[in-house]
Structure formats: structure tokens, C-alpha cells
Design a protein around this ligand. Sequence first.
Ligand SMILES: Cc1cc2nc3c(=O)[nH]c(=O)nc-3n(C[C@H](O)[C@H](O)[C@H](O)COP(=O)(O)OP(=O)(O)OC[C@H]3O[C@@H](n4cnc5c(N)ncnc54)[C@H](O)[C@@H]3O)c2cc1C
Length: 383
Amino acid sequence: MSSSSHPTVIIIGAGIIGLACALKVQAKLGEHEGTRHVEVLLVACEWPGSMPGAPSTHSADYASMWAGAHVRPIPATTPQLRREATWLKLTAAEFDRQVETEPWCGVTRIAGVEFLEAPDRGYRNQDAGSFERESGLRGYRKLSPSEVPGGVSLGFEYETFCINPPLYCEHLLRRFLLQGGKTVQRELKSEWEAFSLRGNVLFIVNASGTGFGDPKCFPIRGQTVVTNLSDITKTVTRHNKDGSRSFLIPRFFNGGTIVGGTVEPGDWRTEPDSATRSRIFAAGLTIEPYAHDDTPGSHAESPRNVKVVSDVVGRRPTREGGMRLEVEERALVQHNRKPTAGRVVHAYGAGGRGYEVSWGVASEVVELAGPLFEPRASLGAKL
Ligand SMILES: Cc1cc2nc3c(=O)[nH]c(=O)nc-3n(C[C@H](O)[C@H](O)[C@H](O)COP(=O)(O)OP(=O)(O)OC[C@H]3O[C@@H](n4cnc5c(N)ncnc54)[C@H](O)[C@@H]3O)c2cc1C
């Protein structure tokens, strides 16, 4: 334990949620002379820095390294989806800004295309106005029957973003470090353990993916393949009648193209399954002709030349009822010090949407933490 009494904000987790929160906290502290001296410390077991096909030590639980990742809005038909839509809109605005000001950061603005075999009411009722209102994304257009593959009853396109996750997370971490952020590699047993890392912790953000033993959390296994397809200009998703999905997500900056993928709630397997690999690869290539700017079939690269660079298995850190985003306060008993109130802002359980909600979630974390930027109150005689 450090004996330093320097005021510190600790963020647990170096995934997309923790990194976005760390940068938002730094920005908030920088707004006022009185808080500029506060240190921001990022604590995590696993850190960005991974390249599919090259040796990696990342576990399947570090979801941020294994995401596709694209922004694919879901019609906001439930309270949880409406909450996520608010975060997505703020994230889309931040991606827009980053694409303009930091075009090397790992985010690219491109066209998104979706094909649905059996669209529900939410998708059927969508139009350009409602789509943009909910997502902040422009350019929604329904496709004509001649523009969609057989078996598809609704197709549409829009302007969206694709992210090269390892590259983007590294970029965010570098920015955090350049702005004076500190790091510690540590496996914590509890979010409350983090209070022992510094002597004067203002609050902790718990962006650990799945929390610490929260019974509402569970993994959703995702298996995809990284391929050498390099001339894809659109991200395409096909929603099949049986609930399965095929998608292509180009990873710009020499990241190839992700062909996916599975959505397997509660499946803990971390090894790629070879039958699954063959199925998702073959299904992905059937939508590949729609992932180019020109008319289907007239692009240069033949699917026969497509090779798998690596298999990917990741666990989406999911929580029943959606993300936990709230402040929890507990009495802390620290050796040789007056008892104080410890505050944790929980921000975990992003499931399959961590990238597309990241900046909205981080903004809400900073809002929730507003009063916590003040020094902690002593609980004195209460304990
Ligand atoms: C195959 C696949 C495809 C996906 N596609 C998309 C997509 O297209 N778009 C999208 O938005 N999202 C997508 N996702 C989901 C996205 O990856 C996750 O929502 C997101 O990465 C979650 O980020 P996180 O920061 O909450 O958690 P994580 O990335 O899992 O990071 C958790 C962090 O907490 C740390 N940590 C955990 N426990 C401890 C502990 N005990 N002590 C110390 N540190 C700890 C870890 O080391 C890590 O640094 C996909 C996921 C998968 C697997």
C-alpha cells in the first residue's frame, strides 16, 4: 500500500469502458484549477496490445481485444435499449470528432448494411428520422428488393463506424499516459481492495467487465475469424430467421476483416470450435459480394483467395437487465486511519455493445461521480 496522501481516482479495468472512463475523468479534473493535481490510476490484469495471428497472452475474458467491432444500432424498443441508445448517440458524436481530429486512432467512418430475414416490429417501423434520432447516425436508406440477397425481407444501409479494437485501445491508453495517467498491473479480489492502493482515494470506477461476483453477470461467447480480406468497404450483417447472424467487419489499418460470428450465452468454452469456424466462414462469404462499393459480384478479389489469419474466441461481459451504472458507498476501515466512506462507481456488464456505448457510459460515470470529486467525508463516530 502506498502511504501517499495525494488525492487519487482509481479506475479498475483497461478495456474500452475503463479507458473511456479514465480519459473522461482526466478531462473533468482538468476543467478546474483545484482538481488538476488529482492523480488518475488505472489498475488492471490485462492491457491493450494484441495482434490477431501474432502471439498473444490475452484471455477470452478481456473482451475488448476480441470485439469486431462495428457500431450497429438496435431499435430502441425497451427501456434498456432506450438507455443504450442514449449512450450510443453520445459515442457516435465522439467517434465523429475522433475521425476528423485523430484519423489514425483506429476508428473509421464507413457504410453499414443490414439484411433481415424476419424483421421484428422495431426494424419494420424504422425510418431515416427515427434511426437518426435514436443513434445519431445519418444516411439511413431502405434497400430495394434488387439490392438484397435471396431470403431477405428487409435491407437497409446507413453511415456508421468500424473500430480496430487493439489499435484503438492502445491509442486511448497512450493518450491517458501522455496526460499524466498512472498504471498498475494487479489482479484485485474485490473492487474495495483498490482503496488499499493509495492513501487518499476520492472514488473508484469499477469497469472490470463482469464486476466481482455479481450473480447477474454471465458470459456470451463469441467466435469469429480474422481473414485477409482487405478490400471490404462496408460492414454487412445478415440476421437469419433462426436467430443466428453472419457479419463482415473490416478492420482498417491492416487489420484484415472479421467474419463472424456466434452469440452463445452461458457458453464458457475458450477454444475455437472447428465446425463453427467452417460454418461462419462459409456463411460470411455469401454476404461478401455486398461489402463493396460496386455492384455485387464485380469486385476484384475472389472469395477463393480468402484465408483465415486467426480464430477468435471472446466472452462478452453481459449482465441481466443491462449495465450496472450506479454509485455504491461503504464504510472503509483502513489501518491507522479514521474510518471513511468509500465510493465506487460501477460501470460493468456492457455485453456485446461495449464499443458503441463507451463514450456515453463514460460521460454518465463522470456525471454520477460529480460530488465525489470532493474529498471524502470522515464517518467518525458512526462506525
Ligand atoms: C466476438 C465479439 C464481438 C464483439 N463485437 C462488438 C461490436 O461489434 N461492437 C461493440 O460495441 N462491442 C462488441 N463486442 C463487445 C465488446 O467487446 C465488449 O462489450 C467490451 O469489450 C467490454 O469492455 P469492458 O471494458 O467492459 O470489459 P473488458 O474488455 O473485458 O475489460 C475488463 C478489464 O478489467 C480488468 N479486470 C477484470 N477483472 C479484474 C480484476 N479482478 N482485477 C484487476 N483487473 C481486472 C481486465 O484485466 C480488463 O483490463 C464484441 C465482443 C466479442 C467477444
